[in-house]
Design a protein around this ligand. Structure first.
Ligand SMILES: *Cc1c(COP(=O)(O)O)cnc(C)c1O
Length: 383
């Protein structure tokens, strides 16, 4: 009954979402803080006062949302934790300031960046050309490659968990293919500087797509948005799920040259004309208009991360240097599976991957101060 295509699917397995016991969830890199009050009231107002808008189709192109996203990026420089906040006003840090104005026609948005990524795969990666991927990166990339029947060329990590950027460029050129990676990368947490990504772009084929997934950049990476002025093949994917406290809202977006945005819009209009429902559009709009709140959340997460890293290092753990809202870390003697289990016994979920090469590690999402105190107490008992 099922298609050959169906037989070959290997779906992504997300972090556990337990329904029974109320675990503290530090396993899916969600934000521990709720969306700002303005998001909550915008949704309540919408449902109470505009019920007819639920009966009608939403704006298929989310134009108001795109204008708000562009505005937020211009105001914050695209790295929330560095943004300079005074009251409700936000300015980009000197290092992050974008040297041009991001315009709404440079934005495409979709039902979570997962959907956005799938459309990017469809639009730009050819099945005949091996797509270059780092060995350890967001595990949805190989899943999409399988879905669209795109062969992959996997580049091993360097021993310190950083990307082998030279090798990636070299293979992309040889394969005549595009390239995709997350920056900062997951699950390592390591970020490349903008200058390093620029070096990669200068060395790559300008006729091939170059995708940078900035899901975590707001927690301390360097955004590549300023490079869009120089490279027409650069496409940046970002999400509301991590730094905008909105994993449940399912909103992700692209920042790129309008020409690339148009290609992805064509894919959308051939697969799912209305990817963002009316409520999510209202919620996303309110979030973008309150960057000060989210900048404060990102700063709290960054500070909590830095003190947690020091704690782990004092306990003798090996910690991969993180610019994100999670850390990849290894206990000096206890296995990753055991660490995961012992922490779970104390009511806290972290992520353990059984893939060879990473099985000694756990990936821990940074939570609130209270959650991290409980986690520290759980970790104290592991020796
Ligand atoms: C979480 C994550 C995403 C998915 O984000 P959604 O917008 O929730 O679909 C994409 N890329 C990376 C690297 C992520 O970690």
């Amino acid at each position: 009954m099922i298609s050959t295509r169906m037989k070959n699917l290997h779906p992504y397995v997300p972090g556990e979402q337990p329904k029974d016991r109320p675990y503290i969830k530090l396993n899916a890199n969600e934000n521990p803080y709720p969306p700002c009050k303005a998001v909550q009231s915008a949704v309540i107002d919408f449902v109470q006062n505009n019920p007819m808008k639920l009966a009608l189709y939403p704006d298929p192109d989310s134009l108001e949302l795109h204008a708000a996203i562009a505005d937020m990026l211009n105001k914050t420089g695209g790295v929330l934790c560095n943004a300079v906040v005074s009251g409700d006003e936000v300015l980009p840090s000197a290092a992050d300031k974008i040297p041009f104005t991001v315009t709404p026609d440079m934005i495409y948005s979709g039902n979570g960046s997962d959907e956005v990524l799938s459309f990017v795969f469809y639009a730009f990666f050819d099945s005949g050309k091996k797509l270059v991927l780092p060995e350890f990166t967001y595990s949805f990339y190989p899943v999409y490659a399988g879905f669209y029947n795109i062969e992959t060329d996997i580049v091993p990590m360097k021993p310190d968990w950083s990307l082998d950027t030279k090798e990636m460029i070299c293979r992309a050129k040889k394969n005549g293919s595009g390239i995709i990676f997350a920056n900062p990368n997951a699950p390592s947490g390591i970020g490349l500087s903008r200058a390093e990504v620029r070096e990669m772009l200068l060395a790559s084929d300008p006729e091939q797509i170059f995708v940078v997934d900035e899901a975590y950049v707001d927690f301390g990476g360097e955004s590549c948005i300023p490079l869009l002025a120089e490279f027409k093949n650069l496409l940046i994917v970002r999400t509301f799920s991590k730094s905008l406290c909105g994993a449940g809202m399912r909103l992700g977006y692209i920042v790129a040259n309008p020409e690339l945005v148009n290609y992805v819009t064509t894919v959308k209009n051939s697969l799912n004309h209305f990817p963002i429902d009316a409520v999510a559009q209202v919620a996303g709009l309110a979030a973008c208009k309150n960057p000060a709140y989210y900048a404060e959340c990102a700063k709290k997460v960054r500070d909590e991360r830095d003190s947690f890293v020091s704690f782990l290092q004092e306990k003798g753990w090996f910690v991969v240097p993180s610019r994100t809202n999670f850390v990849l870390a290894r206990h000096p003697s206890v296995s990753g599976a055991d660490v995961y289990r012992r922490i779970k016994e104390r009511g806290i979920l972290v992520r353990h991957f059984s893939t060879p090469g990473i099985e000694d590690y756990v990936r821990i999402t940074i939570g609130t101060h209270e959650q991290m105190s409980l986690l520290r107490a759980a970790i104290q008992t592991i020796r």
